[in-house]
Design a protein around this ligand. Structure first.
Ligand SMILES: [Zn+2]
Length: 265
């Protein structure tokens, strides 16, 4: 599933969308618009010009001259620009005609789709703080951890707390900070390290265009290279790079969690 670095990679690849006008929208899957009926969605996005493309958490925010077109890729969504419609349209669920080119949305499993919001405040109610927003400070994280007592893995996955982190990066961040994924958030002492490592792991993954394990491509089928940098995720049974102990995998917060029992206490 695309997480923050993968979505940022997609956003970067959509930079050319700026100043293009949406001429028409066509969809091939009835549930692709989450929050409006099809004709209201079309009324709100067609004939609008793109002002900017940004990201918040795992959402792609396309600011139009009025309102926001928002895309969530969920499990297997792919959003990219192309000068023509693909020959193989088996997984194409929608496209936006941009006059000289197209913005195409493919999705094998059909969980992803679009929203339209007339204001950003309406959207912001849905999600927590993004690690690249100015609200995300060491002090904010310390207060958030101290005032809650859930397991740290569970809390970091909660999109209404921090938006954008998912299973892969939470495992990587906790390994790097030497924190056991089941540790209660209010008992954690290394909050400064945790804060810095959240940004370090995300920065590093964005630099490598995200992690392609399954189903992540951007810019019409390029893939991310962060998988070569993974320290703990998907390394069950292999040796810990720090202490040589075996990496184990256990279900925590209903997610497959990878960690080292020896150096994550
Ligand atoms: Zn270890």
């Amino acid at each position: 599933m695309p997480e923050l670095p993968e979505v940022q990679t997609v956003v970067n690849s959509l930079a050319k969308l700026k100043n293009k006008r949406i001429i028409s929208f066509k969809s091939f899957h009835s549930k692709i618009i989450y929050n409006l009926d099809h004709s209201t969605f079309i009324e709100n996005v067609v004939n609008k010009k793109v002002d900017s493309v940004k990201r918040k958490g795992k959402y792609i925010l396309i600011k139009l001259d009025t309102g926001y077109l928002v895309c969530h890729l969920r499990m297997t969504g792919q959003l990219f620009l192309s000068d023509k419609l693909p020959e193989n349209r088996r997984h194409m669920r929608a496209y936006f005609n941009l006059s000289k080119d197209f913005m195409i949305y493919n999705d094998i499993r059909k969980f992803g789709g679009f929203y339209y919001f007339s204001s950003i405040d309406e959207f912001n109610l849905k999600v927590g703080v993004d690690p690249y927003e100015k609200e995300f400070t060491f002090k904010w994280l310390r207060n958030g951890l101290k005032s809650r007592s859930r397991s740290i893995k569970h809390l970091l996955l909660d999109q209404k707390f921090i938006c954008g982190l998912g299973n892969i990066y939470v495992d990587e961040i906790l390994w790097l900070t030497k924190i056991h994924p089941e540790k209660k958030s209010n008992k954690i002492k290394m909050i400064k390290n945790l804060y810095e490592n959240i940004l370090t792991v995300l920065d590093n993954s964005i630099k490598h265009h995200g992690t392609t394990i399954i189903n992540f491509t951007f810019d019409n089928m390029k893939t991310g290279e962060f998988k070569n940098e993974l320290k703990v995720y998907a390394r069950e049974g292999m040796r810990c790079f720090r202490c040589n102990n075996k990496i184990i995998r256990k279900k925590i917060a209903s997610r497959s969690t990878h960690y080292c029992r020896k150096c994550q206490k």
